[in-house]
Design a protein around this ligand. Structure first.
Ligand SMILES: CSCCC(=O)C(=O)COP(=O)(O)O
Length: 422
């Protein structure tokens, strides 16, 4: 029996015949034409033909403009048409089509056969927790700020202050590239020294995600250079390079440290209701399939806001076995195809007063991540990390931040600065 990957589109049009549109997609993106084919050739081409699985038309509600008329169209694409890689799948399901009117790819389900070509995250959420030895609480990550134009001693100092505040992970800023002031190997050396110093004081292990940058064909060698220098995690701007590059890095047996996916450039793709690819596909399913161990994305609470339901959809696909739900058209279910979960990291403008909301929405399986919310603390960077740890402790114990702040001055100063969002 053939296997199919399923794409779901939301297509807006005031008067289109959406059923005809769906047939046009299913045929046009697979065999090209159908009705004109001689019967003998149809039999031969049948296995390559896309299928219209569903067309749900939504007429505008009374009072809504005609431009609100849309349909959700689901098309099944035969695996036999494309190779087992993300570029081939994306070009098939949303190559030319992405430029054909108001149409957005809102969901993508992979067939078991397609998924079998992917190992997924090498460490995943559990592996990252194992490396840190932390299994009973959300993790806390801090982001380097003010790094461009600074020299190694300044970076070392900034690393130490973050680490001493009790964070579990520290990531480079995504705009820190290979540069003469803080070259990769030297950066790793001084930051790991600072990590050791902080660990002696806090007793806590740390991962430092160093930004993997440079020309695509040199990335694997650059990652191995980082590992030889002692790197214990990588940050990677996946969308600038492509999912296939992430997959190649993640599948490389010599790159045996967690990879953290940064969402830089995602805003060019997911936010429009009419165009692009949904956040849960772009920052959820494809990141996990390609092997991201941790995935950053904007949260519903901070400075770069993503709607809550989209955030929860990302969480769902990073953590659960939803990648191949409804995956196949006419193929048997295969529940063994599980990839390790990717750690969700809702980010941007996060401060301690948001921790109860983050934990309400994500539970314990989340990395609380902040840059300005740590470095901008009125009592300094160390207090910034401590305030977050206190906010996490309070929330896990069911104590309000305000009550906990009565005998935790760092949390109190944070709340006085940024408030509490309920
Ligand atoms: C838009 S998600 C990426 C978050 C990020 O990389 C970042 O630097 C956020 O910094 P902030 O000071 O807003 O915590």
């Amino acid at each position: 029996m053939s296997a199919y990957c399923l794409a779901t589109y939301r297509c807006f049009d005031e008067k289109a015949d959406f059923h005809k549109k769906a047939t046009g997609i299913a045929v046009g993106l697979t065999v090209g034409s159908w009705t004109e084919l001689p019967e003998a050739q149809k039999a031969q081409m049948e296995k390559h033909l896309g299928k219209v699985v569903a067309v749900e038309v939504h007429e505008p509600a009374p009072g809504q403009p005609p431009s609100e008329r849309y349909a959700d169209i689901q098309i099944a694409y035969p695996d036999v048409n494309f190779s087992r890689d993300i570029p081939a799948l994306l070009v098939t399901v949303f190559g030319k089509l992405s430029m054909d009117g108001k149409i957005k790819l809102i969901d993508l389900n992979f067939s078991p056969g397609f998924m079998a070509g992917f190992a997924g995250p090498k460490f995943g959420m559990q592996g990252v927790r194992d490396l840190l030895g932390v299994h009973d609480r959300p993790l806390l990550m801090s982001i380097f700020k003010s790094v461009v134009g600074y020299e190694l001693p300044a970076l070392r100092e900034q690393f130490y202050l973050q680490a001493a505040g009790g964070v579990d992970l520290i990531k480079d800023d995504e705009i820190l590239f290979e540069n003469p002031l803080t070259p990769l190997e030297k950066r790793i050396e001084v930051c790991l020294e600072a990590a050791e110093q902080a660990t002696k004081e806090t007793g806590q292990k740390l991962l430092y995600a160093v930004n993997l940058t440079g020309p695509t064909f040199q990335l694997a060698e650059q990652a191995k250079k980082a590992i030889r220098a002692g790197a214990n995690a990588l940050l990677f701007n996946v969308l600038a390079y492509g999912f296939d590059v992430l997959q190649a890095l993640s599948a490389d047996p010599e790159i045996n440290i967690p990879i953290m996916a940064h969402p830089a450039m995602a805003g060019a793709t997911y936010p429009s209701p009419h165009y692009g690819i949904s956040a849960s596909v772009l920052l959820g399913k494809l990141m996990r399939l390609a092997g991201a161990d941790l995935v950053l994305f904007p949260s519903p609470y901070g400075s770069v806001v993503m709607p809550r339901e989209e955030n929860l959809a990302i969480k769902q696909v990073l953590l659960t076995n939803d990648l191949h739900r409804d995956y196949a058209y006419g193929a048997a279910s295969d529940t063994d195809l599980k990839l390790a979960a990717s750690f969700p990291v809702p980010s941007a403008g996060i401060h301690p007063g948001l921790v109860p909301l983050i934990l309400r929405d994500f539970g314990g399986d989340v990395v609380v991540n902040a840059g300005g919310g740590i470095h901008g603390h009125p009592l300094g960077t160390i207090a910034g990390g401590q305030a977050f740890r206190q906010a996490i402790d309070a929330t896990l114990q069911g104590i309000t931040l305000r009550d906990y702040a009565n005998n935790h001055p760092e949390l109190k100063a944070a709340i006085d600065t940024w408030g509490i969002k309920e």
